[in-house]
Design a protein around this ligand. Structure first.
Ligand SMILES: *[C@@H]1O[C@H](CO)[C@@H](O)[C@H](O)[C@H]1NC(C)=O
Ligand SMILES: *[C@@H]1O[C@H](CO)[C@@H](O)[C@H](O)[C@H]1NC(C)=O
Ligand SMILES: *[C@@H]1O[C@H](CO)[C@@H](O)[C@H](O)[C@H]1NC(C)=O
Ligand SMILES: *[C@@H]1O[C@H](CO)[C@@H](O)[C@H](O)[C@H]1NC(C)=O
Ligand SMILES: *[C@@H]1O[C@H](CO)[C@@H](O)[C@H](O)[C@H]1NC(C)=O
Ligand SMILES: *[C@@H]1O[C@H](CO)[C@@H](O)[C@H](O)[C@H]1NC(C)=O
Ligand SMILES: *[C@@H]1O[C@H](CO)[C@@H](O)[C@H](O)[C@H]1NC(C)=O
Ligand SMILES: *[C@@H]1O[C@H](CO)[C@@H](O)[C@H](O)[C@H]1NC(C)=O
Ligand SMILES: *[C@@H]1O[C@H](CO)[C@@H](O)[C@H](O)[C@H]1NC(C)=O
Ligand SMILES: *[C@@H]1O[C@H](CO)[C@@H](O)[C@H](O)[C@H]1NC(C)=O
Length: 745
C-alpha cells in the first residue's frame, strides 16, 4: 500500500517548484497549484517511488478520442479497428512519444497520478537539478497526447544535459503507413505519417480501409538547460486523427500556445467535470481513493464536453476502455459488450445524460447491422451482436462461438439502457429519433425469438446462455426472460408515446415464462437448474437489481442466498456488487458491507488503483472499467439508494458505507435538474442545486406529504423512501408498463 504515504521528498520539491513556477510564469501558477498539489494526502492523488513490475498496472489515460497506458508503446483511437470479423481489435498506433528520461545522476524518482486531472507525473532529482515530466491525454485538444518536461537548476552553474529515450515499439502490425514526411508547424519540425488499416472488418459492409494520420514534433536525444537559465520547459506532442488536416490543425494550435496554457486548458476541462459531479467521502480514505480512481478510469474514455475541434462519432465503451487494444485478442479488443449497457451505463446516465446519449447513439448507428444480423440468423427486427466494433456486425473472436450464438440477452440489455435514459430525461425528441426506432426493432427481434408452448401456454425462450457463461444452452433463463419482457413492454409504451400503431408486444411480455420454485421460494436460473450447481457470476439475482423486478422480499432474499452460495469465488467483481446492493435493499447492512468490501478491495491493484477483472493472484484484463461501473452503482444505487423507474426516481433508505462519516454526491441528473445527495450519521438530505425551469419536480414521502421542489432547498431523506418525479408527466393516455412476466390467463 504505497499510495497513501505522505511523501516528504515530494513536498520539498513542490515548494521549490511552486516558487519557480510563480517566478517564471504566472500563467502556470494555476495549473501548477492544481496538479503539483501541496497536500499529497488528497484521496485522488496516488504516489509511489517504484512502479509496479507489471506495466499493465500503470494508469490508462484517455480523452474519448485517444487512449494509452502510461509508458506503453501503443496508442488507440476511438473507432479505429483492424482485423477481419472475429479478429477485429483496436488498431495499434505506435506511441511515437513514449518518452523516458534517463540520467545516471538521478538519485530519486517519484511517480504521481492525479485522478482529478488525469496527469501522470514523474519527479526526478539529482544533486544538481530536478526534472518534472508530465504525461496526459489532452481533454480539450483531444487529438493530442502531451508530454511536458521541465528541468530546474538546483546547484550546478554550467550547462545541464539529460538524455531522452524514445520507445515507440515495433512498427504497427495493424496499420501500413506511407512515407514519413517532415513538415514545418510553427517553425518546428514535425513528422507526419498517414496510413491505412490492413484489414477491413467485413468486405461486404466496410467499403474502405480506415485512414489514420499521426503527427509528432521532434524529440532531441538530449535536452539542455543552458548555463545562466534557471528552468527550461519542453513540450512534445503527438496528434492523431483520420483526417490529416485535423491532426495538423490540432498540432498547430497546441504548438502555438504556451506550456502553461496548454496544461491549464486541460485541467480546466477536468475541473468543469468535477465541479459538476463529485463523490466526497469522509472517514474512509481507502474507499474515497477507490471512488476517485473508478470515476476517472470510467469517464476518461468518454468524449470531452468541450474540444478545440469537434469530436468524431463515438464508438462506445469497451470493458478495458479506450486505451487498450488487444492485438493478441486480449483486453476485449476494444469491443462493446453488454458491459456497456448493464454495468457502465447506469452511473454514466446519472453523471451526464449527454454521455448516455452518446453511448446509445453508437447502438443507433449500428441498428442497420443489427437488422442484418437478425435476418441472417432467421429472426426479425434487430439483434445486436455479443461483440460490436466498427461495422456493428458480430465480431466475437473465434475462440468462443457459443457466447456469440447464445448470449442474446445483450439485445434486451440495450433496450433496458434506452428505457433508463428515457426515464431519467423524458427526452421526447430523442425518443422519436433514436430511442423508439431502437426499441421497436429490438422488440421485433424478441417477438420472433420467443416460442409459444401450447402445453404450458407460456412463451419460452430456448437455447440461450445467460450471464452465467458456465451454462451454454439453457431454456427460460430467468434473467434473459425478464429483460426480454421489459424490452417488449417498453416498445409498447414507447410506441404509444410516439403515436404509432402498437403491435401488442405487452401481451407477449406478460406471457413469457418465469421459472419459480414454490417449495424453496426462489427462481431457478433455467429450466432444470438444480440447487447447488456452481455458476460463474451474477445472473438470476440481476432481476432484483438492476431490473428491480417486483417480487416479495422472501424470494429476493432466497435468490441471494441460493446463488451467493454457488458463485465461483474467482468470478468478477460485479457479482458481489449486485449482492451488496440487494442486501442493502433488504436492510441487511452487515452482509452488504461484507460484499461491498469484497467487491473492490480484491479487484483494484496498487499503486494506482487500476481495476482488474479478477481477484489478486489471478490473471485477467486490466483497466477493467466494467468493474468501475458496477462499483459506482454500489455507491449510487446501493448506499445512496437511487432507483430509476420510468415515471420516477426513488431514493430508498440511503445509508453510509462501512466506516464513512459523510457521503456527498454532487450532483445526479434528473429531468435536466441536478440533485445533490448528502448523507451523514445524523441526517441525510437532498438539494436541487440546479432546477430545470421547464420541468417542475416534486418529492413525495411515505407519509403522503408532497412538496414542490425549489432550487437550493433541503429535503430530508434520512432512512426513508422518497419519490421524486415530475409534477406533470407528459405520458397522456400511455400507461406505464406493468413489467410483470409469467402471468397465466
Ligand atoms: C532520495 O532517496 C534516498 C534513499 O531512499 C533518501 O535517503 C534521500 O533522502 C532522498 N533524497 C531526497 C532529496 O528526498
Ligand atoms: C517486435 O518485433 C520483433 C522482430 O520482428 C519481434 O521479435 C518481437 O517479438 C516484436 N515485439 C513485440 C512486442 O511485438
Ligand atoms: C518563425 O520564424 C521566423 C523567422 O525566425 C519568425 O519571423 C516567425 O515569427 C516565426 N513564426 C512563428 C509562428 O513562430
Ligand atoms: C459542458 O460545456 C458547457 C459549455 O459548452 C458548459 O456549460 C457545461 O457546464 C459543461 N458541462 C460539463 C459537465 O462540463
Ligand atoms: C431476411 O431478409 C430477406 C430479404 O429481405 C427476406 O426475404 C427474409 O424474409 C428475411 N428473413 C426473415 C427471417 O425475416
Ligand atoms: C413446453 O414446456 C414444457 C414444460 O417446460 C416442456 O416440457 C416442453 O418440452 C415444452 N414444449 C416444447 C414444444 O418445447
Ligand atoms: C401524440 O398525439 C397527441 C394527441 O393527438 C399529441 O398531443 C402529442 O403531441 C402527440 N405526440 C407525439 C410525440 O407526436
Ligand atoms: C449454502 O451451502 C451450505 C454448505 O454447502 C449449505 O449447508 C446451505 O444450506 C447452503 N445455503 C443455501 C441457501 O443454499
Ligand atoms: C453537501 O456536502 C458538500 C460536501 O461536503 C458540501 O459542499 C455541501 O455544502 C453540502 N450541502 C449541504 C446543503 O449541506
Ligand atoms: C412527512 O415527512 C416529511 C419528511 O420527514 C415531513 O417533512 C412532513 O412534515 C411529514 N408530514 C406529516 C403530515 O407528518
Amino acid at each position: 500500500m504505497r499510495f497513501a504515504v505522505k511523501n516528504k521528498f515530494n513536498l520539498k520539491i513542490i515548494i521549490i517548484l511552486l516558487a519557480i513556477y510563480a517566478r517564471v510564469n504566472s500563467g502556470f501558477q494555476e495549473a501548477a497549484d492544481f496538479h503539483v498539489n501541496g497536500n499529497n494526502q488528497e484521496d485522488y492523488v496516488f504516489i509511489t517511488e517504484s512502479l509496479p513490475e507489471d506495466n499493465n498496472l500503470l494508469p490508462t489515460l484517455s480523452n474519448g478520442h485517444l487512449g494509452f497506458t502510461v509508458f506503453s508503446d501503443s496508442v488507440y483511437m476511438n473507432g479505429l479497428y483492424n482485423g477481419r470479423r472475429g479478429l477485429s481489435h483496436r488498431a495499434r498506433i505506435p506511441n511515437e512519444l513514449n518518452i523516458h528520461i534517463a540520467s545516471s545522476s538521478i538519485t530519486n524518482k517519484t511517480f504521481t497520478f492525479n485522478a482529478k486531472s488525469g496527469i501522470f507525473q514523474t519527479d526526478m532529482i539529482s544533486s544538481d537539478y530536478s526534472i518534472v515530466h508530465h504525461i496526459y491525454a489532452h481533454r480539450f485538444y483531444n487529438r493530442a497526447i502531451i508530454n511536458q518536461v521541465h528541468i530546474y537548476r538546483l546547484n550546478y552553474e554550467g550547462d545541464i544535459t539529460i538524455d531522452v529515450k524514445l520507445n515507440a515499439g515495433n512498427s504497427s502490425e495493424d496499420i501500413t503507413f506511407d512515407h514519413k514526411n517532415l513538415i514545418e508547424v510553427n517553425n518546428q519540425s514535425v513528422t507526419a505519417a498517414c496510413g491505412l488499416t490492413n484489414e477491413v472488418e467485413d468486405p461486404e459492409y466496410q467499403a474502405n480501409h480506415q485512414r489514420i494520420c499521426v503527427l509528432w514534433n521532434r524529440v532531441p536525444e538530449q535536452l539542455t538547460l543552458k548555463k545562466g537559465m534557471q528552468v527550461m520547459s519542453f513540450k512534445f506532442v503527438m496528434t492523431v486523427d483520420g483526417v490529416l488536416s485535423v491532426a495538423k490543425q490540432e498540432m498547430t494550435d497546441v504548438l502555438e500556445i504556451s506550456n502553461s496554457q496548454l496544461m491549464a486548458s486541460h485541467v480546466k476541462e477536468w475541473n468543469n467535470f468535477w465541479h459538476d459531479f463529485d463523490i466526497k467521502v469522509s472517514g474512509n480514505t481507502h474507499l474515497s481513493q477507490a471512488i476517485y480512481a473508478s470515476i476517472f478510469y470510467l469517464v476518461s474514455s468518454l468524449p470531452s464536453n468541450e474540444t478545440n475541434i469537434p469530436s468524431n462519432d463515438f464508438y462506445g465503451l469497451s470493458p478495458t476502455g479506450l486505451g487498450r487494444g488487444g492485438s493478441q485478442l486480449d483486453d476485449y479488443e476494444g469491443h462493446n459488450f453488454w458491459d456497456t449497457e448493464m454495468w457502465m451505463h447506469p452511473p454514466i446516465l446519472l453523471i451526464n445524460p449527454g454521455w448516455s446519449k452518446a453511448l446509445l447513439n453508437y447502438r443507433f448507428r449500428m441498428l442497420h447491422a443489427a437488422k442484418i444480423h437478425s435476418n441472417s440468423t432467421e429472426f426479425k427486427g434487430a439483434r445486436f451482436p455479443w461483440e460490436s466494433a466498427y461495422t456493428g456486425l458480430e465480431v466475437t473472436q473465434p475462440c468462443c462461438p457459443e457466447v456469440a450464438r447464445n448470449q442474446i440477452h445483450v439485445t434486451a440489455d440495450i433496450s433496458f439502457a434506452i428505457r433508463n435514459h428515457f426515464a431519467m430525461t423524458n427526452d421526447m425528441q430523442w425518443l422519436h429519433r433514436e430511442g423508439y426506432p431502437l426499441a421497436v426493432e429490438i422488440a421485433n427481434f424478441w417477438k420472433s425469438r420467443v416460442v409459444y408452448n401450447a402445453s404450458t401456454r407460456f412463451y419460452d425462450i430456448r437455447d440461450v446462455m445467460g450471464p452465467d457463461e458456465d451454462h451454454e444452452l439453457v431454456t427460460n433463463n430467468v434473467f434473459t426472460n425478464v429483460v426480454a419482457g421489459y424490452a417488449l413492454y417498453f416498445a409498447d409504451f414507447a410506441s404509444c408515446l410516439c403515436n404509432t400503431t402498437a403491435v401488442d408486444w405487452k401481451e407477449i411480455a406478460k406471457r413469457i415464462k418465469l421459472l419459480y420454485n414454490a417449495i424453496d421460494d426462489y427462481h431457478p436460473q433455467y429450466e432444470g437448474y438444480e440447487r447447488g450447481t456452481t455458476i460463474k457470476q451474477a445472473d438470476t439475482v440481476l432481476i432484483g437489481y438492476p431490473l428491480l423486478y417486483q417480487m416479495s422480499d422472501s424470494v429476493k432474499r432466497n435468490d441471494l442466498l441460493v446463488y451467493e452460495n454457488v458463485t465461483r469465488q474467482t468470478g468478477p467483481a460485479m457479482t458481489w456488487q449486485i449482492h451488496a446492493i440487494s442486501h442493502l435493499e433488504l436492510n441487511e447492512i452487515d452482509k452488504a458491507d461484507v460484499f461491498f468490501l469484497k467487491s473492490y478491495q480484491n479487484y483494484m491493484r496498487p499503486p494506482f488503483n487500476v481495476w482488474n477483472e479478477v481477484i489478486k493472484g489471478e490473471k485477467g484484463a486490466t483497466n477493467f472499467i466494467t468493474g468501475s461501473g458496477g462499483f459506482l452503482q454500489t455507491v449510487l444505487n446501493g448506499y445512496a439508494g437511487i432507483k430509476m423507474f420510468i415515471d420516477r426516481f426513488e431514493i430508498r433508505n440511503p445509508r453510509l458505507p462501512f466506516k464513512v462519516d459523510k457521503l456527498s454526491i454532487s450532483a445526479v441528473k434528473y429531468m435536466g435538474s441536478s440533485i445533490e445527495i448528502n448523507l451523514s450519521n445524523s441526517e441525510s438530505h437532498i438539494r436541487c442545486v440546479h432546477l430545470n425551469p421547464n420541468i417542475p419536480l416534486q418529492i413525495r414521502y411515505t407519509n403522503g406529504t408532497t412538496f414542490r421542489i425549489a432550487e437550493n432547498s433541503h429535503y430530508d431523506v434520512t432512512t426513508q423512501v422518497v419519490i421524486i418525479n415530475r409534477v406533470f408527466n407528459e405520458f397522456g393516455d400511455c400507461k406505464i408498463p406493468e413489467d410483470v412476466i409469467g402471468v397465466s390467463d
